[in-house]
Design a protein around this ligand. Structure first.
Ligand SMILES: [Zn+2]
Ligand SMILES: [Zn+2]
Length: 395
């Protein structure tokens, strides 16, 4: 146990240390000033402080219902267990398709026997009636829901964006718009896609990595997004640099790492407060304090296992230091310490509430049509989309 030694940590000791050096106060200040200007968030200031970290200060009196801040995520991922319940854009997590598709897809997956409330799936707070007494909807009706041959009454009052497929042709990522598909492809997904258009050198290894994460901890998927994001950003910075320096430079920089560019690509991640995952993870209640060391070692081994699979899938020689266990541990530790759970309310729930609120005269007829679906979905009908994310600004 705990004997894993990461060769990258040894080989790139100095670079890893440089990537993990926390930014200075003036660097943080400057970074946030630029971000605040970009996000047009007037009235809010981030003031770093050596003792307390990054404080968010309000400079105006906000009124009720004022929009205080609109921020972008640094990275986000839908919980694996939630993917069965909610069909959402892989970039902005908006529900997509239609009420019919949301219901049909869920019933279809339920029939396949992949129930989100089984196994390790989280169903916090939602009473989960797992009884097998649920009404069953015939397969062809489910198909009609999914291919929009069957329209449910009043569903037009709950329009959802059309489904846009992944640019790489995988059947894993779907989007609410072309712009979300392109933004995700550009920033994260082109390296992590398992479709034919993927830039990953081995989609087979990628599948192994994802399977391992789904079976152990889906936080690895988020960590992979951070690494993919940094590599893709590095490549863009490098391409621009090579084009600028162009012919004047005779050194063979085409395939050698320009470390300052890697640091620049990593900059937004460097702003997040970090510690090693296995050092900062809270001990589960069933772990005795005498087994503390052992438990932390197991977590470290698990991270190493995951990292090796990821390395096989998306390794880039120029970005080698990113595949150090120390870096991987710090990225995951950053999530452990800063991450936020985001919940997007389900339009399916709103839809059934709307039907329930119809005047009695209309309701009877409509409910004859919708009730079997509500019964078939059982108590899970209202499950919202749940994901983990890390924000650019206030992490
Ligand atoms: Zn979107
Ligand atoms: Zn894809």
């Amino acid at each position: 146990m705990g004997t894993c030694i990461c060769p990258i940590d040894a080989q790139f000791f100095d670079q890893v240390a440089a990537l993990l050096t926390p930014p200075t106060l003036p660097q943080i200040q400057e970074y946030f000033e630029v971000l605040e200007a970009k996000r047009h968030c007037s009235g809010l200031k981030v003031k770093p402080d050596a003792k307390h970290g990054k404080g968010v200060h309000s400079e105006v009196n906000f009124q009720e219902d004022d929009l205080i801040l609109k921020d972008e995520m640094l990275v986000g991922a839908q919980h694996s267990s939630n993917k069965i319940d909610c069909f959402v854009c892989s970039f902005c997590f908006r529900f997509i398709g239609s009420i019919e598709l949301q219901i049909g897809r869920k019933l279809y997956l339920q029939e396949l026997g992949v129930s989100a409330v089984d196994g390790s799936g989280s169903s916090d707070g939602i009473g989960c009636n797992t009884s097998s007494e649920k009404t069953r909807i015939p397969q062809d009706t489910i198909q009609s829901l999914m291919n929009s041959n069957l329209q449910l009454p009043y569903s037009e009052n709950f329009p959802l964006p059309l489904v846009v497929p992944c640019l790489g042709g995988c059947k894993e990522a779907y989007y609410c718009s072309k712009s979300c598909a392109e933004a995700d492809w550009d920033s994260f997904h082109s390296l992590l896609c398992i479709g034919h258009g993927s830039s990953s050198p081995s989609t087979e290894a990628l599948l192994k990595f994802v399977k391992h994460a789904n079976e152990t901890n889906d936080i690895f998927i988020l960590a992979a997004k951070v690494i993919s994001f940094t590599i893709l950003r590095y490549r863009k910075l490098k391409a621009a640099h090579v084009q600028r320096e162009g012919k004047h430079d005779s050194s063979n920089q085409f395939d050698s790492c320009i470390f300052p560019l890697l640091l620049e690509a990593w900059k937004s991640v460097s702003m997040g407060f970090k510690r090693r995952w296995w050092d900062c993870i809270a001990l589960p209640e069933d772990v005795d304090s005498s087994e503390k060391v052992e438990f932390r070692m197991q977590i470290k081994d698990l991270a190493f296992e995951s990292l090796q699979l990821l390395k096989e899938a998306i390794y880039d020689k120029e970005c080698a230091p990113l595949f150090s266990l120390d870096i991987y541990g710090h990225i995951i530790g950053m999530f452990e310490l800063n991450n936020l759970d985001l919940v997007v309310a389900s339009p399916v729930e709103d839809y059934f509430l709307y039907i329930d609120d119809l005047p009695v005269s209309q309701k009877k007829e409509v409910e004859n049509l919708t009730k079997p679906f509500l019964d078939a979905l059982g108590d899970d009908y209202s499950i919202s989309c749940q994901e983990l994310y890390e924000s650019f600004l206030y992490s």
